[in-house]
Every structure is written in structure tokens, then in C-alpha cells.
Write a protein that binds this ligand. Sequence first.
Ligand code: UT7
Length: 331
Amino acid sequence: MKKSKITGIGFHVPKQLVTNQDLTSIMDTSDEWIRTRSGIEQRRWVQGDEAASDLAIPASIKAMEMAGVNPEDIDVVVVGTISGDYFFPGVSAQLQAELGLRNIAAFDIKAACSAFVYSLSIADQFIQTGQYTTALVVGAEAQTKFINKSTEGRDIAVLFGDGAGAAVLQVSNDESGILSTHLHCQGKDLKNLWMEAPGSSGDNQINTVTIEQAKRFEPYMNGREVFKNAVVRFPEVIHEALEKNNLSMDDISLIIPHQANLRIIQSVAKRMGVEQDKFYANIQRYGNTTAASIPIALCEAVEEEKVKEGDTIILAAFGAGYTWASAAIRW
Ligand code: UT7
């Protein structure tokens, strides 16, 4: 079996910066509530006709440039997103066309906040088996287009942001690379974090939707339940990655968790008895960008030299589904 490694990364966020203070002028909230409950100070929101592909394309170009690969080198594109430009087809099809890629495999993965790690795992399998040698993996969200930006939707609106992050995966010829990936789902709780419509369930057909039913077209989150599950699943899936590779926490230089809430990250570190610094956090600046959060955080951690050649890191995700996942990587 071959091994894959990340050879290029890149991210892109929308220009529009929305501070907590900005939010107080459109809904009944406060900087204090948002900071103390989530740690978030600002986020980026798409504006006008800006969509997920507009963020995914520049992020992908940066990752391809860093990897030194040309469009014709890419063998497969996997995009994690729940807020693609269209209901179908996926953002991956747009990337294939806009980046001038060959008529290769391209598909989207709807695993919400875990989608980047899921996508990375899928691409890794293709490279391990030898089917492909170069993969483009993206997490991209323009999800704030779906949120209710009034006081009624404030519990969700203040937490989420938009952005995209991308990685190029290639065959590794040395010690570095993806050591293992671990993917999970527990669908029985899916209604604690979901968006019901548009969908094929019940009477969600557009011609039968009344104003009262329009709420189905907004995300719903049972924040407390999601929080309780996240603080259990993050440690579990991090331990799973450690055990699989016979590693201890001392071998890990950085854990890059999905950025859902600074309190979740702090609580996970505490439960695991690990110093806070070992968990990377940039949620303060971007909010929760769902599938884009881990690749954006990875890019910033590398830029800040918190991830260096030879380091062993763990990516860990938890989100709607519920899904959760991890990846152990030697950088
Ligand atoms: O990406 C993965 C998915 N998401 C997550 O992992 C998020 C997990 N959950 C959380 O992060 C937290 O549960 C939240 C940040 C969503 C909420 O924090 P909390 O400490 O659990 O707050 P709460 O639900 O207990 O907040 C309750 C109060 C309510 O008022 P009353 O009923 O106590 O008077 C809400 O109406 O806070 C009120 N509230 C707000 N107030 C000001 C809710 N949203 C806001 C807001 N501004 N934006």
C-alpha cells in the first residue's frame, strides 16, 4: 500500500468582515454574550451573489501552487460542503470546470463539520490503493446565506461564518504523510443539528411550502445537546488516532479541532488533561465555518509555524449527523 501526504494547502475567506458589534445592529445580541458563550469575536460572511465555489476556487489554486501541481495532474476532486452553489450538482463539478481539470472523478461529501476529514480520508484511500496519485480535497461553505439574520435566528446566526480551505494530496515517498483516519456517524440524533428542506421528506415540495413552514429552510440546532456530544466524541476520536498509531499525547505537537466553540475546545483539553496550547484555535476570527474550519485552521497553524516538518498532528472533527472523525498526520 502507498501512503499519501499533503503537499499543498490554501484558504480563502470572503471580504465582508462582521464583528460581534456589527451583529448588535441587526439582532438582539451582545458582544459579551457571543464572546463568553463561544469565544467568537468576528467572522466573514459572503455578500451579494458570492457563493461557495467563489471561495473554493482561490483556496484550491493556492493549494495547487504550493504543491507545484498543474491542473492536468489532479486525478480526483473531493469537496466537503453543505452549502454548495446549487442543490445539485456539487461544487466539485464547478471546480473541475473552473480549474481546467481533466474529466476526472469529482464529487461532494455532505458530512457537515466532519466533511473535510471525511474527504481527506476518501482521497487518502484512493492514493493508498494506487488508483490515483494526486487529489484535491476542499472544505467550502457559504452557509450564512441560509441563516436567519434576525433576533429569531440569533442562536445560530452569531456562531457561523463562511470560508474555504483546500489541500493537495500526493503519494508520499518518505516518512511524512497521513498515518490513519477514523470516521464515525450516529444518525439517531440527526435532528439535533439539521436543515430539513429542501429535501424529499414529507411535504417539502416547494409548491406546498407555506410561510410557517419556511423555517424548515433554516438550520436548526439544539446547542446544548450538540455541545454535550461534542465534548465526548472529540476525546474519543483523538484517542482512537493515538491508539491506532501507538502514539501518546506527548508525541503530538498540535491538535487541530473543528472550530465550533472555544468553550468546546477548552473543555475537551481539560477532559483529556492536555494543555490548552496543544489545541489550535482561530474561531475568534472566523466563527464556525463547518467543513472549511479544519483546513483554514491547518493553513494558519502552518503559517504561524505551529506545524513544522516532522511534527505529528491530529485533525479532529464533530458535527451534524452526528458525524465525527480524526486524522493522524506526520507533517
Ligand atoms: O459545528 C458543530 C455544531 N455546533 C456546535 O458544536 C455548537 C454547540 N453548542 C454551543 O456551542 C452552545 O450550546 C451555544 C453557543 C449554541 C449556546 O451556548 P449555551 O451556553 O448553551 O447557551 P444557552 O442555550 O444556554 O443560551 C440560553 C440563552 C437563551 O435565553 P434564556 O432563555 O436563557 O433567557 C437564549 O435566548 O441565551 C439566549 N440567546 C442569546 N442571547 C444573546 C441565544 N442566542 C443568543 C444570542 N445573543 N445570539
